[in-house]
Design a protein around this ligand. Structure first.
Ligand code: ZN
Length: 117
């Protein structure tokens, strides 16, 4: 089980690294002549920002997966860091880097929602 999980996390990480590499390659077109067309430059700049944001998000996801692998080593993977309860399997499947159970995560992301309920 633990071994399968590690393999799964590592393959996810490889996929993320490949996607990040593609995003980065897209950001740095090798030897491509700079266009003089202002509209094309503008469109490309906009596109670059999207790809840049994607690359940054992939950076974060890779870091989260690294932490997940670390917690796997420490035997704390799948345990909520906040309340110590096991994180639901479907949540972990969707978010392998999750460190909190759904309840604690929603508390953390919306601290005021509690009093409104
Ligand atoms: Zn929790």
């Amino acid at each position: 089980m633990t071994h399968d999980l590690r393999t799964h996390l590592l393959s996810l990480k490889e996929e993320l690294l490949a996607r990040r590499a593609r995003a980065r390659a897209h950001l740095e077109p090798a030897g491509e002549p700079v266009s003089e067309d202002i509209e094309e430059l503008f469109l490309r700049r906009q596109n670059d920002e999207v790809v840049q944001a994607l690359a940054l998000r992939l950076d974060i996801e890779v870091a989260e997966l690294d932490q997940a692998l670390q917690r796997l080593d420490q035997g704390t993977f799948g345990i909520c860091v906040h309340c110590g309860e096991p994180i639901a399997a479907p949540r972990l499947a969707a978010l392998p880097g999750a460190t909190r159970c759904a309840a604690c995560a929603s508390l953390a992301s919306a601290p005021r929602a509690q009093s409104a309920r």
